[in-house]
Design a protein around this ligand. Structure first.
Ligand SMILES: C[S@@+](CC[C@H](N)C(=O)[O-])C[C@H]1O[C@@H](n2cnc3c(N)ncnc32)[C@H](O)[C@@H]1O
Length: 211
């Protein structure tokens, strides 16, 4: 059984190699996760209860606030919203990931890309973007940040958690990921928002808030 699984994985790997990120996440959703097991999965950032608790403190969710979880993946961010009893919407550019998570959580999830958010201006009070920016081509990072600021309501807060440049050595599966030095990301973020604040979650990541 295990051997069959590995053979299947190998063929899928060959098929998807050289294709693009949404397909890779489709494949991961199909092969690695099940709706039931999703929240136990350690490979998807906010599914870690410790990370989720730290982010929960930062977000300080209040009743009546509407949250957008961008690149919701396994739905860890949405679970956080559920725990705080606030309404939320998730988006993920992997159709399969969105579908899988939709089966596991009661929030609406759309199949959409961070660069072109299908929402009107200023509708969300809080936005979560965790472990997503490094999949966006570097030329589009500013566009992604602008889109988040566009859909944020005045006085709202965006939490961004991502990987630091140190991890850039690995070109996972032959795909290019975008990694940032703190200053690079800070400069980009300052172009779209005046108020940016780095937060220390006690881990080796770049975590910051945009207002
Ligand atoms: C590492 S997982 C993080 C999941 C979740 N945010 C968390 O922290 O638990 C990355 C997720 O981002 C999604 N993603 C990557 N690039 C995206 C994009 N441009 N727009 C929307 N979703 C994206 C992937 O499909 C995947 O589900």
């Amino acid at each position: 059984m295990k051997l069959l699984r590995w053979i299947k994985k190998f063929f899928l790997f060959c098929y998807y190699r050289g294709k693009y990120w949404p397909k890779i996440w489709d494949q991961r959703a199909i092969m690695e996760y099940s709706a039931k097991e999703l929240h136990k999965c350690r490979g998807l950032g906010l599914t870690h209860p410790e990370i989720r608790d730290a982010v929960k403190q930062i977000l300080d969710l209040k009743l009546g606030e509407l949250v957008l979880d961008i690149g919701c993946g396994g739905g860890g961010g949405l679970k956080l919203c559920d725990e705080e009893k606030v309404p939320a919407v998730g988006i993920d550019f992997s159709y399969e990931m969105a579908r899988l998570t939709k089966n596991a959580i009661h929030y609406p999830i759309l199949n959409a890309d961070i660069r072109y958010l299908p929402f009107r201006h200023g509708v969300f009070q809080k936005i979560i973007c965790h472990g997503v920016l490094h999949y966006v081509p570097s030329k589009d990072i500013e566009l992604a940040l602008r889109e988040m600021v566009r859909v944020l309501s005045p006085g709202g807060l965006i939490f961004i958690g991502d990987l630091p440049k140190k991890s850039a050595k690995r070109n996972w599966w032959g795909f290019q990921t975008t990694f940032f030095a703190r200053e690079e990301l800070e400069n980009l973020a300052r172009r779209v928002s005046k108020r940016i604040e780095f937060v220390n979650l006690g881990r080796n990541t770049l975590d910051f808030i945009l207002k």
